[in-house]
Design a protein around this ligand. Structure first.
Ligand SMILES: C[S@@+](CC[C@H](N)C(=O)[O-])C[C@H]1O[C@@H](n2cnc3c(N)ncnc32)[C@H](O)[C@@H]1O
Length: 161
C-alpha cells in the first residue's frame, strides 16, 4: 500500500518521516513544529512534538513543516503561510481547497518532486513502498524559493502569487 492509503486512514498514523536525502538538500532549519517524540535524526535546531502542540507554540526563524496529514494539515499550512519563512512538504494535490487556501496565491514557489519519495518509519527505516502520491515542497519566502531552485529535487514553479 502506498503512503496515500495510510494518510487516508484518518490520521491513524502521522509518523511518516521525511527522507533524510531530501532534508540534506534544503539546508539548516531553525524549527520543526511537528516532529516525532522519538526521532532518528534532527530536522531542525528546535523541535515541537505532539506533547507541545506545535500549532499553539511561538514559531521563529526558518521553519521545516511536514505536517500531520488529514483534516488538520490545512491548519499547519495556514500557519506556514502566515509565518512566511520556511518550506513545507505536502501531497501535490494542486486542485484542492487546501492548495488554494495555503499555496496558490500565498507561497513563493513550489517544487514538484521528481518521482515518489520513500518515507521513513520513526525507527529510521526506509519504507519499502513509495508515497503512492505526488509530493511537493512549498517555499514561503524568497530565500526558500532559491533553495528549492538549487536543490535539484524536481521542477520548480515560481510566481505562484
Ligand atoms: C508527517 S510527520 C513528519 C515528521 C518530521 N517533521 C519529518 O519531517 O520527518 C508529522 C509529525 O507531526 C507530529 N505531530 C502530530 N500532531 C502534532 C502536534 N499537534 N504538534 C506537534 N507535532 C505533532 C507527529 O507525531 C509526526 O511526528
Amino acid at each position: 500500500m502506498g503512503l496515500s492509503g495510510h494518510q487516508s486512514a484518518a490520521m491513524k498514523n502521522d509518523e511518516w518521516l521525511t527522507p533524510p536525502e531530501i532534508l540534506a538538500k534544503l539546508g539548516q532549519f531553525d524549527l520543526d513544529p511537528c516532529a516525532p517524540i522519538n526521532r532518528p535524526w534532527p530536522t531542525a535546531e528546535k523541535h515541537y512534538t505532539v506533547h507541545d502542540n506545535g500549532l499553539n507554540q511561538p514559531w521563529s526563524g526558518r521553519v521545516w513543516c511536514n505536517p500531520p496529514f488529514g483534516k488538520f494539515a490545512v491548519s499547519w499550512l495556514k500557519r506556514m503561510a502566515e509565518h512566511g519563512n520556511g518550506i513545507a512538504l505536502i501531497p501535490a494535490r494542486t486542485e484542492t481547497a487546501m492548495f488554494y487556501e495555503t499555496v496558490w496565491g500565498k507561497a513563493s514557489g513550489v517544487c514538484f518532486l521528481k518521482g515518489r519519495p520513500h518515507f521513513h518509519f520513526v525507527n529510521g527505516k526506509r519504507a519499502d513502498f513509495n508515497s503512492g502520491a505526488p509530493i511537493c515542497l512549498v517555499a514561503y519566502g524568497k530565500d526558500n524559493l532559491e533553495v528549492l531552485k538549487k536543490s535539484g529535487l524536481g521542477v520548480v514553479v515560481n510566481e505562484v502569487i
